[in-house]
Write a protein that binds this ligand. Sequence first.
Ligand code: UDP
Length: 264
Amino acid sequence: MGGLSVDPTTFFRSDGKRVSGRAVDELRPVKIEAHVLENAPGSCYLEWGKNKIVAAVFGPRECHPRHQQRQDRAVVRATYNMNAFSVEDRKRPGLDRRSQEISKVVSEALAAVVLTAPFPRTAIDVYMEVLQADAGTRCAALTAAAVAVADAGIPMTELVAAVASGKVGGTVVLDLDKYEDNAGEADLPMGITSRTHRVVLMQMDGNFTTEQYHQALDYNFAAAGVLHEKQRDALRSRYQTVAARQPQEGGAEAEDPGASSEEE
Ligand code: UDP
């Protein structure tokens, strides 16, 4: 975030729309697909504007190193990685402070919706790979990760989606792209749950007036509702695909596995 330029014409057209053609409260196009990887129990591919993210989930499985185990619950360990080729200037590979920070806040957000108590001493590992970045990747990564966790069949109390609002040229706008983020004056990413509408991730750069802050909250809550619906759609179509496949793959037994095991 630059914060130097405040000339509104840099960000807004004469019709009040942003240079990208979006309205101030308009999300970039979002596409979510569940179960895209063969070798992970749960996965998700998400495109959000120019952001492209894949998430994979493993577990609950034995927790190594053992000192990370918790006697009363599973630990949720999320790892966010930005690929070297995901940004314009090559990103130096490996863990840096930014990815550690994002991994931590995403782990905590997911732990707030995953039922960890039934799986003591285990780990639930969530990997998020940013293939292409255009600002808002922590939100996109958490949104994808939640779908991947659900796809893995791990019990959750509800879904979580994340979105940011920010300020450009003195105006609050939803979902900054990289162009806006570069010179943005504030940024407020939030993770919001789908049923109880809890805020499970919240970070802020820059500054808002009280009024602008409330506007940003309103934009984020409304957009999270849209994202929750897209997450549900992705999971629904995943299970419709599974249901449609079952009779061919397993015949009558696959339709009612409980009945067949009782006969044995
Ligand atoms: N970015 C980059 N190189 C980096 C880190 C970030 O080019 O090493 C870009 C990338 O497009 C990212 C954006 O800057 O999406 C904003 O980064 P920020 O740290 O604000 O996180 P994000 O908005 O992606 O959650």
